[in-house]
Design a protein around this ligand. Structure first.
Ligand SMILES: Nc1ncnc2c1ncn2[C@@H]1O[C@H](COP(=O)(O)OP(=O)(O)OP(=O)(O)O)[C@@H](O)[C@H]1O
Length: 287
């Protein structure tokens, strides 16, 4: 994905708050946006995620599935926290019991299980922010944009959000985030976008990501279990059942397993997967 000559002004004669921005968003990159108040970060993030249109320029090759935690979350919702997340889960393509399972799991992880059945509009600001965060992790997006998503969360939920972001990033989602804490995900970012009066300097941090390959297999009865012990395997994850393109059975029994493996070890891992009876290799692709 990339932005090409993107500019934005509000109103016909308003000042340009984003000017001629050309940046690349490589698949799976973790990008931090940095800059003073009013420098254009939120405006550009809205354009990146498709929540606003650029006045000039264009957004090229944006992934279809996108998730967003906006700077301000509209809390006047006629739903309970759980009901809202389940509803969104279905919109994200989750089927059967999956929306409920994922909603409960995310609310628990964020320490929000205790108010899952209260109306969102009655929740405290921090609790509401947990719902705002949870909704962005329901699906399996190609792009995730977080605009000060940590703000208002308690310490435990902030740490959980760090972990959720790292999980998504390891799974190949491109992530763009803004946060006031300068050490937030320190050492993890692949690039910094530094904003000054709407202009952006794209600094590649040269974090050496090892080249990796993602192998999707179906029919492995033991799910992801044991796969991370194979040399070169960085992650093995059961794809959520009921998700579009996901395996049907769930719990790993016959569902899809996505294995992320260092490229140098990928031939050996493929050989051992192909050696397993009843395993079908669905897809092999570089990350
Ligand atoms: N809907 C809007 N209508 C008019 N002007 C806007 C609107 N949204 C933002 N602006 C203006 O655009 C400029 C950039 O705002 P933006 O929110 O993108 O900056 P930011 O870097 O995210 O700031 P902060 O760190 O304070 O959140 C500011 O001058 C702001 O007042």
């Amino acid at each position: 994905m990339r932005l090409d000559g993107v500019g934005k002004r509000y109103g016909l004669r308003g000042p340009w708050v984003v000017r001629d921005v050309g940046v690349e968003l490589p698949e799976g990159a973790l990008i931090r946006a940095v800059g003073g108040n009013g420098s254009g970060k939120s405006t550009l993030l809205r354009i990146v995620v498709g929540a606003a249109r650029p006045t000039r320029g264009r957004v090229v090759d944006a992934p279809e599935r996108r998730a967003y935690v906006p700077e301000r979350f509209a809390a006047e919702l006629p739903f309970t926290a759980r009901g809202y997340l389940e509803h969104l889960g279905r919109l994200h393509g989750l089927r059967g019991p999956e929306p409920a399972r994922r909603a409960s799991q995310l609310l628990e992880r964020l320490g929000a299980g205790g108010f899952a059945d209260r109306p969102v509009e009655e929740l405290s600001k921090g609790s509401c922010q947990k719902v705002a965060v949870a909704q962005a992790f329901l699906g399996d997006p190609g792009l995730l944009v977080l605009d000060e998503a940590w703000t208002g969360l308690d310490q435990a939920a902030r740490a959980t959000l760090d972990t959720l972001v790292e999980e998504r990033s390891a799974a190949g989602t491109t992530v763009v985030f803004v946060d006031h804490d300068p050490v937030r995900l320190a050492g993890r970012a692949d690039a910094h976008w530094t904003f000054t009066d709407g202009r952006v300097v794209d600094e590649r941090l040269g974090r050496t990501r090892r080249r990796q390959v993602r192998i999707t297999v179906r029919g492995r009865a033991a799910g992801a279990k044991g796969l991370t012990e194979l040399p070169g395997v960085q992650e093995a994850r059961e794809r959520e059942a009921g998700h579009e393109g996901g395996g049907g059975a769930g719990g790993g029994a016959g569902g899809d397993v996505v294995v992320t493996v260092d490229q140098d070890a990928s031939d050996d891992v493929l050989r051992s997967l192909l050696g397993e009876p009843s395993v079908h290799v669905e897809e092999v692709r570089p990350v």
